[in-house]
Design a protein around this ligand. Structure first.
Ligand code: CAA
Length: 293
């Protein structure tokens, strides 16, 4: 059955090479998934060799785990390792059909990345963003071809979480959207089309959820109580474990985006802001004393 809002799949373009901008944890997880499910070359790019080596190293280590668990054959493991490579320049995207970015959550940075990518990729290459909360329409505003920009938002851990939010910007065309849905299907994800609104759908829910738990702690509920109060609700992880998985900086950024858009509905926890500013993200604690003042 065609997912709600998905265009006719006959419009989808073939994807034979994938580019990933960034080689951080999200980008590396995506690179492995693309290689494993599409079995096409995947090139990661980043600003320095050390980050690239770390990203490619992560992929190799995860492939080794899959091999140990018997999820892939030795032959496939070798092929997957060979499919994922790193490049310091975006010229490596010259023959890519699908380029996705997972760089820092900053509109100016994302726009700069896409300007550079657009300068090298073929005319029909899909440009995808893994942004957690930023506007697709604004991100595409300076592109020569904003019709090929689409939101493609994964959840952590990428290998495990089935959901994929696909976001259509004001200019995204049907062929781009159809390709995004076809790729989502090949990746074995459950794709949903969501509106281009701040933080889309899932992060609005999670931010409210985390914000209320953090709020309770900031107001004096003991951390242990807030952390375990929901144990019997069947959630897969406790709230602060989830915050650590997502990354406090990402969580804070999403909260700030939502606060700017809906100030009456979303607050930004002072404790979380302090935790992130400290540069020492650890388990959330209301009384941590990392502030130099
Ligand atoms: N990378 C790859 N695989 C992983 C993994 C990781 N980081 N973490 C767990 N897994 C795999 C395990 O290897 C295991 O696979 P096998 O069955 O093949 O062995 C499987 O997941 C289950 O893991 P565990 O048995 O160790 O643990 P679990 O059953 O407690 O599940 C979990 C772990 C899947 C992370 C689960 O706790 C969960 O679903 N947590 C909620 C995660 C969530 O809500 N994510 C959304 C975050 S929001 C976001 O990402 C969006 C954003 O923009 C900020």
């Amino acid at each position: 059955k065609r997912p709600a809002g998905a265009p006719d799949k006959s419009l989808a373009r073939k994807v034979t090479k994938v580019g990933v901008v960034g080689a951080g944890l999200m980008a590396s997880q995506m690179a492995l998934l693309f290689a494993r499910r599409l079995e096409v070359p995947v090139v990661l790019t980043d600003l320095d060799q050390a980050r690239l080596d770390k990203g490619v190293g992560y992929v190799h280590a995860e492939v080794d785990k899959l091999l140990t668990k018997g999820r892939v054959s030795a032959d496939l493991a070798n092929r997957l390792k060979a499919l994922v490579t790193g490049s310091l320049t975006k010229d490596a995207f010259a023959d890519a059909d699908f380029v996705i970015e997972a760089v820092f959550e900053d509109m100016a940075v994302k726009k700069k990345v896409f300007a550079e990518v657009e300068a090298v990729v073929p005319a029909e290459c899909v440009l995808a963003t893994n942004t957690s909360s930023l506007s697709l329409t604004e991100m595409g505003a300076d592109l020569a071809h904003p019709e090929r920009l689409v939101g493609f938002h994964f959840f952590n851990p990428v290998a495990v979480m089935p959901l994929l939010e696909i976001i259509r910007g004001a200019s995204t065309d049907d062929a781009t959207l159809a390709t995004a849905f076809a790729v989502g299907k090949a990746l074995k994800k459950s794709s949903v089309l969501v509106k281009d609104a701040p933080a889309f759908v899932v992060n609005r829910l999670l931010t409210r959820f985390m914000g209320e738990v953090i709020g309770a702690v900031d107001e004096g509920t003991p951390l242990e109580v807030a952390e375990h109060a929901l144990d019997d609700l069947g959630l897969p992880m406790t709230p602060f474990a989830l915050l650590q998985l997502v990354g406090p900086a990402v969580g804070l950024h999403v909260a700030e985006t939502l606060h700017a858009a809906f100030p009456e509905r979303f607050g930004v926890s002072a404790g979380m802001a302090k935790l992130v500013a400290s540069g020492k993200p650890g388990v959330y604690a209301p009384d941590f004393s990392l502030d130099p003042e």
